[in-house]
Design a binder for this molecule. Structure first.
Ligand SMILES: Nc1nc2c(c(=O)[nH]1)N[C@H]1C(S)=C(S)[C@@H](COP(=O)(O)OP(=O)(O)OC[C@H]3O[C@@H](n4cnc5c(N)ncnc54)[C@H](O)[C@@H]3O)O[C@H]1N2
Ligand code: MOO
Length: 397
């Protein structure tokens, strides 16, 4: 059976970053910048007041001053401030010519046009002024290509003069749930039926990871239906199936994949949960067959599909890991890399008592996976272990 590392490197081999597209800032959060972004002007674009108060010449301090006009944000004072003159100024307003210092209004007393400094006054020439270009200068590199954009990057790009950004196209994922026993969430169950609970979880997870997901819904365990769905899905960048990955008599996934012309690269990885994982190609698409058990499907999506989506975007693959200290001892591990549902709190991690890969209540109460490498020796209470925080899906943000 393939090791975790070998499976990952085979899934991530030869993945090219997708072509770029231009999008409006409003929809660019979470996307990956395709090209370096440079500023198209200085920021701030002019010397501006950082406070509400009075613009004066430092050399005229301590005053008194004569009020000669006003500079408000968006409406500058058009003349030059002369000897012992003051201009009423507001936060963000352009500093008038001649002035070099702002007095904070709480430090001043105004009587008509007579302005007097009654408080402690500015510490130095230039006080309370945001210099032109203080944030960044024209032509400065604002954001490097390959950055996964956060809402803060959007503000920076906007301030730098950009309304649209070149980002890498997200991979399109076709998601197929397979099984005769499955019904859509919200449907009353007939005998023998089970809700396709993995669908909303995997679709949301892959969207968080940056993909554009089309949920094909449930496809019955029937050769022609499955083949037709797979052929339609092969026009996507990634095809993700759920269920039928194992060896049951009613698992038609493997034969349907073959009938649809898929080439299987590997089947089964030495991990727990998620052993029956399938990887291959169908048409130009990367094909990943997730196991049916929901926790197994999630763990495989986290370890293999989210990294694949990251690679299509030019992002580091993840998942991000950290360490925590064990609250209890763990036995030596067998030949499969294990991922134990666990709760991390204050730097300590406690594996949950139940590790069955079908149990969603216990899974939802976990916030981390403890990673146990294949053949890891027994771990003692207090030992440091590798942990994948679950809510870090996607890894690279
Ligand atoms: N003889 C063996 N039996 C099994 C093996 C094995 O190696 N030999 N592997 C076990 C492991 S490990 C897993 S994981 C499961 C995975 O099997 P399949 O991928 O074939 O999944 P199914 O049989 O279709 O379903 C398993 C289980 O999960 C439920 N399911 C399926 N799809 C969904 C969905 N979209 N949402 C929620 N639940 C789903 C399904 O009803 C079954 O209960 O096989 C073991 N067996
Ligand atoms: O690997 Mo299965 O995915 O153990 O439940």
């Amino acid at each position: 059976m393939l090791s975790y590392e070998e499976a990952r490197s085979r899934i991530l081999a030869d993945i090219d970053v997708l072509e770029s597209e231009d999008v409006a800032l409003e929809v660019a959060s979470g996307r990956t910048l395709a090209r370096d972004l440079v500023a198209s002007h200085d920021q701030p674009p002019f010397n501006a007041s950082a406070m509400d108060g009075y613009a004066v010449r430092w050399e005229d301090l301590p005053g008194p001053f004569k009020l000669v006009g006003e500079s408000a944000a968006g409406m500058a004072f058009g003349e030059t401030v002369g000897r012992a003159e003051a201009v009423r100024i507001f936060t963000g307003a352009p500093l008038p010519a001649g002035a070099d210092t702002v007095l904070v209004q709480e430090d001043c007393t105004a009587d008509g046009t007579d302005i007097r400094l009654t408080g402690s006054g500015p510490a130095a020439s230039g006080s309370h002024i945001r210099r032109r270009g203080m944030d960044f200068a024209n032509a400065d590199l604002l954001i490097s290509a390959g950055t996964r954009l956060t809402p803060r990057h959007l503000a920076l790009a906007a301030a730098g003069g950009h309304g649209r950004l070149a980002v890498n196209r997200p991979p399109r994922v076709a998601l197929i749930a397979n099984g005769d026993e499955l019904v859509l969430p919200g449907t009353a169950l007939s005998p023998g039926q089970i809700t396709a609970s993995s669908s909303p979880m995997i679709a949301a997870s892959l969207r968080h990871a940056g993909a554009d997901v089309d949920d094909f819904g449930i496809v019955a365990d029937e050769a022609t239906e499955l083949k037709t769905a797979l052929l339609k899905a092969s026009a996507y960048d990634i095809v993700v199936t759920m269920g039928g990955a194992s060896v049951g008599d009613h698992d038609h996934m493997h034969s349907a994949m073959e009938a649809a012309g898929a080439e299987r690269d590997f089947w089964r990885v030495a991990i727990r949960p998620g052993k029956p994982l399938i990887h291959g190609r169908i048409g130009a698409a990367t094909l990943v067959g997730l196991p049916g058990n929901p926790v197994s499907a999630y763990v495989c999506a986290l370890l293999f599909v989210a990294p694949l989506i990251a690679a299509f975007q030019g992002q580091p693959p993840g998942p991000a890991t950290t360490t925590a200290r064990l609250r209890e001892q763990l036995p030596a591990n067998g030949a499969r890399r294990d991922h134990l549902r666990a709760v991390v709190e204050g730097g300590w991690v406690r594996p949950l008592a139940t590790q069955d890969s079908s149990q969603l209540a216990v899974f939802a109460s976990a916030n981390a996976l403890i990673v146990r490498e294949a053949h890891a020796p027994q771990a003692a209470d207090g030992d440091e272990v590798e942990v994948i925080p679950l809510d870090s899906f996607p890894a690279a943000s």
